[in-house]
Design a protein around this ligand. Structure first.
Ligand code: COA
Length: 331
């Protein structure tokens, strides 16, 4: 018989590295300008992990804050899901490194790769695992050290990305249903418009792949832009439909922070109240799996989210993947 256990969201936490890389710094690295980057993307600066910091360190810093806020013991966490496309190493998973750093040895830990939609995929997994009765206290982290997989000689991509981490803790509940709805989508027919061509089984790393810079993120920006707008607008509406809600019920939208023009176009196409859209892309650029959860944590700390508010997260990324979830923030 299906177990209908609900989910309570206990806390959020986030961490961004201290080092700031501005558009003016980038002007000295590639042929670009603050004016081009600002008008085309809305990004003014982004954070870059220190050489000594790795993906699991960023994740650890975000997770620790969420654990402290939730007032739980790490021993109670029985599942850790890390969403990332810039792992510590191809093997083992970053979730294993994080488990070791947190000393959360009662937790099963694994990574998911859904690119920029990764955190919303993680929320959906948390909901499903808790509903199944398999796990009771789940830590989901969206984290990226994109600076490590960015081609710093390619102006088409290097101006867009940044590093950071966000975490959320969920627990099984008989009374609460804080993950109100989730909706996910995938279309594997466009794998080539946003990818890292080498370093996997198709094209293992060789001297040639490194020389041709094929181990870095490649993107056809215009193509990605178009699909991103249509799929995120679709996802916003689908998650509301699944919950039986409309724009009027949503207190704050947290879209994937890739590009201000994408955010504005999604809001228009999905018919959402513009004033309810949270933006921090100017400060951090695109942190892939970390963007929505870092933005949500920041919005809560700034008082933009009040106890009992409904927030809708929406994202889109390589795969292609997309998704949206409506969360009740009740802590
Ligand atoms: N500085 C200056 N010029 C740049 C540049 C940079 N950093 N990057 C690209 N250009 C140039 C291009 O070479 C092109 O020159 P050309 O016309 O001589 O060929 C020109 O600017 C215009 O490029 P275009 O692709 O038309 O720009 P755009 O308006 O589509 O904006 C992106 C480019 C990348 C900002 C935009 O397509 C985008 O945001 N795409 C989605 C990216 C994204 O968020 N990906 C992650 C998915 S989750």
């Amino acid at each position: 018989m299906e177990n209908k256990t609900g989910v309570k969201i206990l806390s959020t936490g986030s961490y961004v590295p201290k080092k700031v890389l501005t558009n003016f710094d980038l002007e000295k690295m590639v042929e670009t300008s603050d004016e081009w980057i600002s008008t085309r993307t809305g990004i003014k600066e982004r954070r870059i992990a220190d050489k000594s910091e790795t993906t699991s360190d960023l994740a650890y810093n975000a997770a620790t804050k969420a654990i402290e806020k939730a007032k739980i013991s790490v021993d109670d966490i029985d599942l850790i899901v890390v969403a990332t496309i810039s792992p510590d190493a191809p093997m083992p998973s970053t979730a294993c490194y994080l488990q070791k750093k947190l000393k959360a040895f009662n937790a099963v830990a694994f990574d998911i790769a859904a690119a920029c939609s990764g955190f919303i995929y993680g929320v959906t997994l948390a909901k499903a695992f808790i509903a199944s009765g398999l796990y009771k206290k789940v830590l989901v982290v969206g984290v990226e050290a994109l600076s490590r997989i960015t081609d710093w000689t390619d102006r088409n991509t290097c101006v867009l990305f940044g590093d950071g981490a966000g975490a959320m803790i969920f627990e099984a509940s008989e009374t609460e249903n804080d993950i109100v709805s989730t909706y996910l989508g995938t279309d594997g027919t466009h794998t080539e418009i946003l990818n890292i061509p080498a370093g996997g089984a198709t094209l293992p790393t060789t001297k040639e792949t490194v020389e041709q810079r094929l181990n870095f993120v490649k993107m056809l920006g215009k193509e990605v832009f178009k699909v991103a707008v249509s799929k995120m607008a679709l996802a916003v509406n689908k998650a509301q439909e699944l919950a039986g809600l409309t724009d009027k019920d949503i207190n704050l939208y947290i879209p994937h922070q890739a590009n201000l023009r994408i955010i504005e176009a999604v809001a228009k196409k999905a018919g959402v109240t513009k004033e309810n859209v949270y933006v921090n892309v100017h400060k951090y650029g695109n942190m892939s799996a970390a963007t929505t959860i870092v933005a949500l944590d920041e919005a809560i700390r700034e008082g933009r989210v009040k106890k009992g508010d409904l927030v809708e997260l929406v994202a889109f990324g390589a795969g292609l993947t997309w998704g949206a979830c409506i969360l009740k923030i009740n802590f």
